[in-house]
Ligand binder design. Structure first.
Ligand SMILES: [Zn+2]
Ligand SMILES: [Zn+2]
Length: 305
């Protein structure tokens, strides 16, 4: 790092300053340029290494490179492309089913991915925390809507299937959102899908008493029945953990809370509002964020349909 002769001048070696700027573990920068569209294009490769065949373990022979171009997260105000010169190898054992294979590193990019792993993470964070749309993300990445969406959709779907997000919820928020006033036909039939959606949000405080509103789920419909069915589906352990249930002033939700969360205090219940007034006010102030979160997620979910 401290040797000035190292920066891109050392022949045969890699430049650790350039590597530091690009920050991809295990890969080294071999070239960087700006293309005609103003994108930063960085060529990277792994260090030469001995490789065994993934099937039979026999020492593999180098067999040139496969160059893949990946969309990375933007830096310095410009979209970025990573050109990864992947090493290709062949297994010399004629009886081995593998034949030839290329290097893979899922921490850089999943096989056949168009976006790097960190670009996927960046895109999801933009949508989740910065209220960005898929279109806004695609503009910053300098790519198409469908490239962004097809890259992040499986990650979001896997997250939606992961039930561990329901653990440890003690303050539960619910918010209904009327998404549109047009046709409720399915998206593929030219409609815009369900008109009303109910979002459930975790408003549990952290050890410092702060709430980080976290969307737990989004289901079609706006009724006590919708919320009741959702609470039933969560199971006994989840319901027992909920101490406070906050809600938007729609009486159907209140009935669901009374039915399903016997021990939880509903913050709109007059008696309990007095009892937990301070807590209720704090929670309700933070609920303003809840609505925005639900709206952003609704946009994603309907596009996925
Ligand atoms: Zn350098
Ligand atoms: Zn082999």
């Amino acid at each position: 790092m401290d040797d000035p002769t190292l920066c891109c001048l050392a022949r045969g070696g890699y430049c650790n300053r350039c590597d530091l700027i690009i920050g991809v573990d295990g890969l080294h920068v071999t070239a960087a340029e700006r293309d005609a569209r103003g994108r930063l294009v960085v060529t990277v490769e792994s260090e030469p290494a001995v490789m065994g065949c993934p099937s039979c373990g026999v020492l593999a022979r180098g067999h040139g490179r496969d160059e893949v171009e990946l969309v990375d997260a933007p830096v310095f105000g410009a979209p970025v492309r990573i050109r990864w010169r992947k090493r290709r190898w062949v297994c010399p054992d004629l009886g081995c089913p593998v034949g030839s294979f290329t290097e893979q590193d899922e921490s850089v990019a999943a096989p056949r991915a168009k976006l790097t792993t960190r670009a996927c993470r960046w895109a999801i964070e933009q949508i989740r925390r910065e209220h960005a749309s898929v279109n806004g993300v695609r503009r910053q990445l300098g790519t198409s809507w469908s490239t962004v969406w097809s890259s992040i959709k499986p990650i979001l779907a896997a997250a939606a299937d992961d039930e561990s997000r329901f653990e440890g919820v003690s303050i539960l928020g619910v918010d209904e959102h009327v998404w549109h006033h047009v046709s409720t036909k399915p998206v593929q039939d030219g409609g815009r899908g369900p008109k009303e959606l109910t979002g459930m949000v975790d408003l549990t405080r952290d050890e410092h008493g702060k709430v980080h509103a976290r969307l737990l789920d989004l289901v079609p419909g706006r009724s006590g029945e919708t919320y009741r069915a959702w609470l039933t589906e969560r199971g006994e352990a989840f319901r027992a953990g909920v101490e406070i249930a906050t809600l938007d002033p729609f009486h159907g939700y209140k009935n669901a809370i009374d039915d399903q969360l016997e021990d939880a205090r509903s913050v709109l219940d007059a008696f309990h509002v007095v009892k937990v007034r301070h807590e209720a006010l704090c929670v309700r102030m933070e609920v303003r964020d809840l609505h925005r979160l639900v709206v952003a997620a609704a946009g994603l979910k309907l596009r996925a349909a």
